[in-house]
Ligand binder design. Structure first.
Ligand SMILES: Nc1ncnc2c1ncn2[C@@H]1O[C@H](COP(=O)(O)OP(=O)(O)O)[C@@H](O)[C@H]1O
Ligand SMILES: O=C(O)[C@@H](O)C(=O)COP(=O)(O)O
Length: 421
């Protein structure tokens, strides 16, 4: 095993796993920390947790358990994967988990690099941009659980961690891996604990991938992993073959959307025009124990053979604010998640085989509710969103980060599945 990844949510984990597979690496994704007895034979293992917005202590304990599991299998390098929009609050969990992993490994320095240029996530002078817009001006300022109101990643990191942050600017990235290694050494000597790496394009990813080769712990988004995997030419196999096990299997499909991101709002709007759709009533998620069953009946009653029915809690920022003011942000988001979890279980029991899910937390609850222990990673529908096949169950899933994909994503996922059948 060359790389062990600890992912803080499920879409984030299939994202990074998808890029490793696209580089031809044999990659296994395990959901939650597996039993000690499990043996895997792979170039990379991704352990997906649901630790992005749980209490920090829980995130630390679960991440350390994942680290211990990987260490016990001789893994030489570890990657803490979080969101390319740095989803966190002043309490964490990126800072506390990074600190805990550093301490457990006896290290005092790492890189912070939430980038994915192909999806418009770039860093310039330590400021994170989403499609050219500073993070705090992007749709992320309205996120239901982790609203991002500062684009300066050094400042955001320092607010939730134990050390100082510095920056390796893009002008140094332009000079190649040696220059980046020298800049990292200088930052470390000056007492910096976290080096925020600029990246504006894929060439920067390749440079940083080479520069961090000797670091025991790296942290960031899937762009950094893409750069690292590019450098491991000895592991590059046939990418199509690496994705074979995750190709979508035939089955009745449903789309479940629990993300309120700008992109998911656009995707839901486009899909509703053509497909049967039903909006989730948040009040009933909170109060009505029979609501998930009613949603399941609606899904089952939709015609088969056409576009998959869509159930969505997705709403624009103003409507979401009203809901949160009425019911509480945590209460409403938990109730919505519970409802999607119960709905997924009922649909599985009714024979549904393909789940297209939008939203990281939502994907986490759906995957956990379906009792899925791991995935074989398939071909990417859009950058960072592969089809995946559950291990030990006849289920295929597309777990979409709220922000990823283009407007026609829900159509494209089904078109790819039809092509694979
Ligand atoms: N209408 C809504 N009212 C309240 N909370 C909601 C609503 N729709 C979604 N949520 C919650 O917002 C959160 C969205 O997070 P997530 O699924 O990770 O999406 P993203 O990938 O966009 O971050 C989830 O906890 C979800 O349950
Ligand atoms: O890095 C990313 O942007 C994604 O891989 C990711 O982490 C997805 O998280 P959500 O936006 O919560 O789905």
């Amino acid at each position: 095993m060359r790389l062990g990844v600890i992912g803080d949510d499920f879409t984030g984990s299939t994202d990074i796993a998808g890029f490793l597979v696209a580089n031809g690496l044999r990659t296994v994704q395990l959901n939650d920390v597996p039993d000690d007895a499990l043996q895997v034979d792979a170039d990379a293992v991704v352990i997906s947790l649901k630790t992005r917005s749980c209490p920090p202590q829980q995130a630390i304990e679960e991440s350390l358990a994942a680290l211990r599991w990987l260490q016990a299998r001789g893994c030489p390098q570890f990657f803490f994967k979080y969101c390319s929009t740095f989803d966190s609050t002043p309490k964490g969990n990126i800072g506390p988990v990074t600190d805990a992993l550093l301490e457990a490994l006896g290290e005092d320095f790492t890189v912070i690099c939430p980038v994915l240029p192909v999806n418009g996530r770039t860093i310039y002078n330590g400021y994170l941009f989403v499609n050219g817009v500073p993070l705090h001006e992007s749709g992320m300022r309205h996120h239901p659980v982790t609203p991002m109101t500062d684009s300066n990643i050094m400042r955001v990191m320092e607010a939730q961690s134990k050390g100082r942050a510095g920056n390796v600017p893009s002008t140094v990235m332009d000079q190649g891996p040696e220059a980046v290694r020298a800049a990292l050494a200088k930052l470390r000597e000056s007492g910096v604990r976290y080096a925020v790496l600029d990246a504006l394009n894929d060439a920067h990813l390749v440079t940083m991938g080479q520069a961090v080769a000797g670091m025991r712990l790296v942290t960031g988004g899937s762009g950094l992993a893409d750069g690292m995997a590019c450098a491991w030419t000895d592991l590059h196999g046939d990418a199509a073959r690496a994705a074979e096990g995750g190709r979508p299997a035939p089955g009745r499909a449903v789309v479940l959307s629990g993300s309120c991101s700008q992109m998911t709002n656009a995707q839901v709007a486009a899909y509703r025009e053509a497909a049967p759709s039903l909006a989730v009533d948040v009040a009933r998620c909170l109060e009505d124990a029979g609501y998930a069953a009613e949603l399941a009946e609606w899904v089952k009653a939709q015609p088969q053979g056409g576009l998959a029915p869509l159930v969505y809690a997705t709403m624009p920022p103003d409507a979401l604010k009203t809901v949160q003011a009425r019911f509480g942000a945590a209460e409403s988001s938990e109730a919505v998640e519970r409802t999607f979890g119960a709905l997924a279980r009922l649909l599985e029991a009714a024979g549904f085989g393909q789940f297209i899910v939008a939203g990281g937390e939502t994907s986490g609850i759906v995957t956990q509710s379906l009792g899925i222990k791991g995935f074989a990673i398939g071909p990417q529908i859009a950058p960072g969103v592969p089809w995946v096949r559950a291990v030990g169950k006849p289920l295929s899933l597309a777990l979409k980060s709220g922000n990823f994909g283009q407007e026609r994503f829900f159509f494209q996922a089904q078109e790819m599945a039809a092509g694979a059948a």
